[in-house]
Design a protein. Structure first.
Length: 535
């Protein structure tokens, strides 16, 4: 007897095939059968007529590494239909970790969230998630920035041979414990201080164990093309697949570079190199306010960085360099404060940096540096810098998947605070409803493929992402006529419409659009193989 039987759904197989009306049976944690007609009794039968049934969505670019320990029910993810969340992106992973980075991060999370971080290995992190119980599957990457900070702190210099060997050992350890690859945040400290040789060496370690490189590149604006060439070259030399994270052309003066960016990627693919990308369906980015500072301002410990923000000489240099890079006055209007982590500055949330300057009676750059010092760098921002046309062109490319670049948030504190990016709550429904259905940007079956089989195969996850007997029963039942993103930048914490039911490992975590409270998610570990290469 089946545990669950969906009758009369429009089945989207996840591989881009034409949808067809049919049935799907679930037994235990797996799909038992799927096809035009599935026979046999079931403990529960669901009338799924007028509904679409697809594999659960695999968010190839997530940031829920610690959020799942704070908010294990992961409402903002599962209520979009996400059943597997890939963490450790942009160079920041929970583990492996050690040295000054572990101490600094433990203090930060204890202060902000009351979360204790006793683990230092990836295996320990995955075990902690499994013991806590989570509502979504979690697939980890090893973060370059975390590894470098663990070995070298915030040092703004090339690694020595000994330091590089220690970093290689940490990456190897993470891969042995189940990581799906290496991630980098080359635009962020301390990885911004790494040279091409360091990047290639760490890629070789990950690639030798079947992993990929997922990279937030060194530049997504003025140096975009050079940054693409750098990561294509490093991945080629190391012999591992490349995933370019959240491909974009940042800054209006760089919007015209998109065709050249496509050419670099497509020429590499034509040569046989395995290069793919991902993208979210919004035109604002979300990052730390400290990312606006010049690289040299990130050298050293947290206290050394804060001291620069209080030094008149350093402040003058920071201001001069930022204004030289962004002479346009409207720059400060495009940066919105989304989260300030100290209570006294919560009133700044929702202000632009221009507005912050007016409120404080200061130049916007001076006001920004004061805010960073007061909140010990713990300030998040949105930056409105992208072209809607380019975003749509990127999402149409067959080698581009859907990734949210978001964490497992909720409406409730402590995570339900500030003005988060809408992508935290609306990415996947925005692509399905707002873009695929309403605008006709791409067929719905292709949108589903970009969320299911494409990212699952990219990671080498062999038993998820397709409606096929024997695959894990990670499923999304949605209304194709109603599914949509309900967020705005003014009201970003709105759950989507039209996601009716979500199963993770055969267990309903969303029913009738509401969370059931179930936590059947698992910490996924990559099998020892060369999985992850594009078919």
């Amino acid at each position: 007897m089946h545990d669950l039987l969906f009758r009369g759904a429009l089945l989207y197989d996840g591989e881009g095939g034409e949808p067809y009306p049919g049935d799907l049976a679930v037994s235990g944690d797996a799909i038992a059968a799927a096809g035009p007609r599935v026979e046999g009794p079931a403990r529960r039968t669901i009338d799924a007529r007028d509904m679409a049934l697809s594999p659960g969505f695999v968010d190839i670019h997530g940031h829920s590494d610690y959020y799942l320990l704070i908010n294990p029910t992961a409402e903002a993810k599962v209520r979009q239909g996400v059943t597997t969340d890939v963490g450790g992106n942009c160079g920041y992973s929970a583990a492996p970790i050690g040295g000054p980075e572990a101490r600094e991060r433990a203090g930060s999370y204890r202060e902000q969230y009351g979360l204790e971080l006793p683990f230092d290995t990836l295996d320990g992190h995955l075990r902690r998630m499994e013991e806590t119980g989570i509502s979504v599957n979690y697939a980890p990457l090893v973060g370059h920035n975390t590894v470098r900070a663990s070995v070298m702190g915030g040092s703004a210099r090339p690694a020595t041979a000994g330091e590089l060997a220690r970093m290689e050992a940490m990456v190897a350890q993470g891969m042995a414990e189940g990581a799906f690859g290496l991630s980098t945040g080359l635009i962020y400290a301390p990885a911004c201080f790494a040279d091409r040789g360091e990047l290639t060496a760490l890629c070789r370690v990950a690639g030798a164990r079947g992993g990929l490189l997922a990279t937030h590149m060194r530049s997504e604006g003025g140096g975009l093309l050079e940054a693409i060439e750098e990561v294509i070259g490093a991945a080629r030399d190391a012999g591992l697949p490349l995933q370019i994270s959240h491909l974009k052309t940042a800054g209006e003066k760089n919007w015209g570079k998109l065709d050249a960016a496509f050419s670099l990627i497509e020429e590499a693919r034509a040569r046989g190199q395995d290069v793919t990308s991902d993208r979210y369906p919004y035109t604002a980015s979300n990052t730390h306010l400290s990312a606006l500072l010049p690289d040299w301002a990130h050298d050293g410990s947290l206290e050394e960085r804060l001291a620069r923000l209080r030094s008149p000489e350093s402040r003058a240099r920071i201001r001069a360099e930022i204004l030289a890079a962004h002479p346009e006055p409207e720059y400060w209007e495009r940066v919105l404060i989304s989260r300030a982590f100290t209570g006294k500055n919560a009133g700044c949330e929702g202000l632009t940096l221009a507005g912050l300057g007016l409120r404080r009676g200061l130049d916007p750059c001076e006001a920004m540096m004061d805010l960073l010092a007061e909140d010990r760098l713990q300030v998040e921002i949105l930056i409105f810098m992208m072209s809607g046309e380019n975003m749509r062109r990127i999402l149409r490319k067959p080698y581009v998947m859907v990734g949210s670049d978001a964490g497992a948030l909720t409406h409730e504190p402590p995570l339900g605070a500030g003005r988060p990016h809408p992508r935290n709550f609306g990415t996947f429904p925005a692509v399905l409803g707002n873009l695929a259905r309403d605008e006709g940007l791409l067929p719905l079956a292709e949108a589903v493929r970009k969320m299911t089989s494409a990212p699952a195969r990219r990671l080498g996850i062999r038993d998820r992402g397709v409606l096929r007997a024997g695959f894990k029963a990670d499923l999304v039942l949605f209304d194709p006529a109603r599914v949509r993103d309900r967020t705005t930048y003014e009201t970003p914490m709105a759950y989507p419409e039209g996601i009716e039911m979500v199963l993770v490992n055969g267990v309903p975590v969303v029913e009738g659009g509401a969370h059931t409270g179930a936590r059947p998610g698992r910490g996924l570990r990559k099998p020892a193989s060369n999985g992850g290469r594009t078919p």
